[in-house]
Ligand binder design. Sequence first.
Ligand code: NAD
Length: 482
Amino acid sequence: MAPQIKYTKLFIDNEWVDAKSGKTFETYTPHDGSVIAKVAEGDKADIDLAVAAAKRAFHRNSEWRQMDASQRGEIIRKFGDLVERDLKYLAELESYNNGMVLAYASLFIGSAVNNIRYIAACADKIKGDTIAADGEVFSYTLRQPVGVCGLILPWNGPIFLFANKVCTALAAGCTVVVKPAEQTPLTALALAALLAEAGVPKGVVNVVNGFGPGAGTSLTHHRDVAKISFTGSVEVGKLIQQAAGANNLKRITLELGGKSPLVIMNDADLNLAVPVAANGVFFHQGQICIAASRLFVQSGIYDKFVEAAVNYAKGIKVGNPADPTTQNGPQVDGEMMNKVLGYIEKGKKEGAKLLCGGNRIGTTGYYIQPTVFADVTDEMTIAKEEIFGPVQSILKFDTLEEVIDRANNINYGLAAGIFTTNVNNVLQFAKHVEAGTVWVNTYLAFTPQSPFGGFKDSGLGRENGMDGVLAFTEVKNVVVSL
Ligand code: NAD
């Protein structure tokens, strides 16, 4: 049964309101492409109202700014409890609107709850330093919230990313205006209702659904917004960097795309490496920024590995994401599905060896077969561009030296992984690979404490954990004459 859709309006100043223009837009389920709700379409006028509410809530005398850090932490912790209470419903809604397989949506929201609890505990651990306490001055630093923040979300992990961004900003004491992705507007509204229930005061969290050009650009150009935290494509990230400097000088955190290398050495444990590599690229139909989308396999085990990888991919059950036995669901929409199918055609045309999959499944919904290409070379399009689909591209290499150079020979630098039993390989790879996260004999493993972000075009700054909280603060130096 389809989950009930409780909220479709904008959430501004703790009120549910229509867009000023009265406009709405349709949102769909990728399972069959049918319309599931009409959602208020925010634009500049609504962003202005939301930013004004967030600015009032950030005033030094406001209820929010007067709270102790531990009280902020308590509200965030309560929010985590409410997300856990409603986990089943939230997972169903996420799966329905986004196509994430229900079982994975539940796991993902479970990790979001762990993150929320960790972030809640960070709120009263923010501290400054004593710089000098003798001589002629007493000099110390304060860590203070940066101000009103615009949080712009992508569609691929709406609940997880909303929770991380909003809670780190709140732990620092900021107020926020969230702009969810137009493809997945529903879960952010459900989470806003839980934040209000947890006791977040008026205006501290506002959610304005709408489109990039419109609600998104109004937020990134707004003079009263002090920081933008954005997760999405490199292309839009670059636009945001420009917009952030256009009126006032906004602080920015950018979490962008990836083309992450996963390296399998001859000495790797293949029983472990084959399923982990498959999960690394097929999880959520390949729609994750850290997808292991360049799989480098050493020549001594190449043929054996490729055979096992193909067998694994053929065994993945694709179907309705609400079915508890499904492993892969649909791509988020028809546009993304066609983009992925276009990359598969390019792979074939440029000479990669298609060993399984490669086609759309059925004619309703946006399902694609798990696809494996072998004999992929560095200059092929499927080895260079982010596909964001269930496509495993396998490349052959001979030495560690060679593979480190090839792994780094790209403008992305989000994540990387290596499977090996040789500690020297681990240390060399971890030292030299250009990536914000490096996994060893695992992939996609996270802890709530870990900072997350990218080298090169994969982003700017770090999110998550204490690093994520501090990214929402300014350092102030106070110098007192003694
Ligand atoms: P996108 O860049 O198209 O859109 C992301 C958000 O930006 C949406 O809310 C959209 O409405 C908004 N937007 C679009 N144009 C805008 C503009 N000019 N000004 C302000 N806002 C604007 O990305 P997407 O297609 O939703 O998400 C997929 C991308 O996100 C992939 O490239 C993926 O790798 C990346 N991603 C990165 C991470 C990470 O943490 N590094 C995590 C998830 C997704």
